[in-house]
Ligand binder design. Structure first.
Ligand SMILES: NC(=O)c1ccc[n+]([C@@H]2O[C@H](COP(=O)([O-])OP(=O)(O)OC[C@H]3O[C@@H](n4cnc5c(N)ncnc54)[C@H](OP(=O)(O)O)[C@@H]3O)[C@@H](O)[C@H]2O)c1
Length: 312
């Protein structure tokens, strides 16, 4: 089953997206605008933010940049990260997000994470309400397990809704999505927009040289990526990139995009200088043999059935 998202003006979603999570914090206002412009020049029309990012600055800054291009773009935001996904909280957060973005309609609305304390039926009914009011065009989920997506898909049916897009973490050292998420999305016609293609910066190799950045400044990211084998993979990717005369970020981004289910990597950075190697990844010629070579730098996760002997 296939599914493709498009803008109001019927432009197909670009195969790469940009994430505005740093806008107004890691990235200054002028650096944010410069990254937005560089993405537009590179053909990116899909921009991702969230109610919970940078205390609202991410949505406010992104909204101000969109201008006349609004109907050519796919704008995504998310609700229910720190708050729950009850109807009341979804309505309250989404109203604020639309005000910050200065948009009556936001193309994609995600539930930011699975909320074990709210019935999915209530969240799906609320998304249907937004759709019926013309406030959203596509339904997204993020950070759900595959079984939770399928449960949401079943709940959505009652309201004539389907899950259109899913946002998992996915990169060379975080490959869990390969096991169930990506095959499920391919089967269900759900677009995958995957985040953290650089492992929050790990795969650039900068931490081996003792550089500062998110992985030392943010304890969640330290916990996620301060793992010996991941550092080794980052180092091996750097060595390979040096041999090929390219940047490790370019390889990391191109590797994500080359997965057979064609996920849309969500790129990001603090400034255009950082973003450039990731943008180069959007046109990098990833041959099947290089894809295999990069894949071998980390362990391919076991299949869901654990029947290893039947793979391949
Ligand atoms: N749904 C979710 O729960 C969720 C979670 C995370 C992200 N997202 C989305 O996905 C987007 C991308 O995620 P991400 O920011 O984690 O992506 P990423 O590409 O893995 O990490 C980007 C970070 O890597 C570092 N970096 C990038 N290029 C670099 C370079 N050339 N040299 C050195 N460091 C470099 C910078 O961090 P430092 O400068 O801090 O080192 C940059 O902010 C976000 O903006 C957001 O829209 C969604």
């Amino acid at each position: 089953m296939t599914h493709s998202l498009s803008s109001v003006n019927n432009r197909p979603a670009s195969p790469f997206a940009f994430g505005a999570m740093q806008f107004g914090q890691g990235a200054s206002e002028s650096d944010s605008k410069a990254m937005f412009d560089a993405c537009r020049t590179a053909g990116i029309n899909h921009f991702d933010t969230a109610h919970g990012y940078t205390e609202g600055a991410s949505e406010t800054l992104l909204g101000a940049m969109v201008g006349d291009a609004r109907d050519d773009l796919l704008i995504a935001t998310k609700v229910g990260n720190t708050g729950d996904t009850s109807a009341a909280n979804m309505r309250a957060e989404f109203d604020i997000s639309r005000q910050r973005l200065n948009m009556d309609m936001v193309d994609i609305l995600y539930l930011h994470r699975f909320d074990p304390n709210t019935e999915l039926r209530e969240s799906m009914q609320t998304l249907a309400e937004f759709r019926d009011k013309g406030q959203i065009r596509y339904v997204g989920l993020s950070n759900f397990a595959a079984w939770q997506v399928m449960k949401a898909q079943a709940a959505a049916q009652e309201f004539g809704l389907k899950i259109d897009i899913f946002q998992p973490m996915y990169n060379l050292v975080k490959r869990q999505a390969e096991v169930e998420i990506m095959p499920m999305c391919a089967d269900q016609g759900i677009t995958v927009a995957s985040y953290s293609p650089l492992g929050g910066g790990l795969l650039t190799g900068k931490y081996a040289g003792g550089a500062g950045g998110r992985l030392v400044e943010n304890s969640e990211y330290t916990m996620r990526y301060n793992v010996e084998w991941m550092r080794q993979t980052a180092q091996d990717l750097n060595t390979l990139a040096a041999d090929l005369g390219t940047h490790p970020a370019t390889l990391a981004v191109a590797w994500v995009a080359a997965h057979p289910t064609h996920p849309t990597p969500i790129l990001s950075g603090r400034n255009v200088g950082q973003l450039r190697p990731s943008l180069d990844g959007t046109t990098y010629d990833m041959t099947p043999s290089l894809y295999e070579q990069i894949s071998a730098l980390s362990v391919t996760p076991a299949p869901a059935t654990d029947r290893l002997e039947e793979v391949g």
